[in-house]
Design a protein. Sequence first.
Length: 446
Amino acid sequence: STAEQLLDSLQKCKDAGRMEMKLVRPRQPVSGGPVDVSQLLRQSKSDDGLIAQPEQPLYKAALVEVFVRCQPFGGADKTASCHRFDSIPLANGLIRNGISCQFINYSHREHTQFIEVSRNFQALVVRCALGQIKADGGDPAKFEAALRTLRQSGVLVWPSPDLVETMGAKDVLVKVASLSIGLEDTLAYHTQAELSAGMRRTVAFQPRVLKANRGTGGECVWIVKLKGSNYGQALGDRTLGLDEVLLVAEACDGREEEQSVTEFLQACHKALTEKGGGGIVDQRFCPRASEGELRYCMVEDELVSIVQRKPKEGGMSAVCGTGSTFTIHDPQEPLFWRVTAKFLTHDLEQILQAVAVSREQLPLLWSADFINSSPAGTALMDERWVLAEFNCACAGLPQCLAARRRPEAPQACFWDIPPADRSEARRLGEYVGSKVLRSLMTLSTP
């Protein structure tokens, strides 16, 4: 809009030092919409940045968020308005495609009301991770069951909970282990006996990464090493005793602590028995993961950006909200052309076959994370980047990360996104909106 262009021009002048000023934008009130959502408690303070809803919408959609009451700012992904950092551009993208888009908050305390209200929409775009629902005291499996119920009643839901379970769970790493993008010694455990027998052999041979099958934000992802250096010469040379001491670091915070094998097995028990897809995946530790990872951001089967994610100094994992740095690159970035070309022309098709998903079933927004598995000193041409995980539940628009509240920017909001990034986020939001429109039109066509 003209107002947005004026504000961007003023911001550029200020950034260039030609103006001493503070831009103060009036706070936009909470927006309305065609569906009555008053049964649900609203956590967001305003819809600052949201454009007007269509007067006669072609379809009615809702964007679902969750406010984690026990976490600072309601979660590491929230802005000062308490929306997720990329919610405004995505909602605007639907609106610009003629679809009304209202924000609704999921709370386990309003589970029944959530289902009742959601039935009045034709589509839901879910922008909350299952780990957030759990952290707020809810039951992720119950939430997914509600989404399945809504789908069965004719409401389109992105992402599909079944697809999240198929592609988003860590055991997908076992399904692709035999591919060039996988690590062939990746294992999965579903019982305590399997875990005890398996990890006591693998960790006795080399450092490993054990991951809960369902989880986000680096929680229940453990880097496990021996306190001593008495690793076996080959897998199966020896089995760890239950009283041997491990060095265990959880990826979400990187803090390393000593645990006996027995203590670690006990810590893993809850992940093994988790409702809706328990289990533990055991994968070789790649030391160069500390150098960073590549996140390939996708809209269905199209690559839209590459994010180079580097942990903070001394960190082990580039998890959002831990001081990691993120550099956004175009899909054509020459630094990564070998990885990109291989992924798009070869690996993606093999991955889809391995997980039994067609291109038409791919999530609306998703990402694939890659880590360098090659030893230090490997020639660039010979480096091997392997899959670390898929994010299908709540992949974000990296251009909007500047809108996240954090200790050094407690008032961060939509307008703190740099103009160029905001423009790209608008383009991607509109592109996502066009995909939603296409699906709704296909569904309503006799």
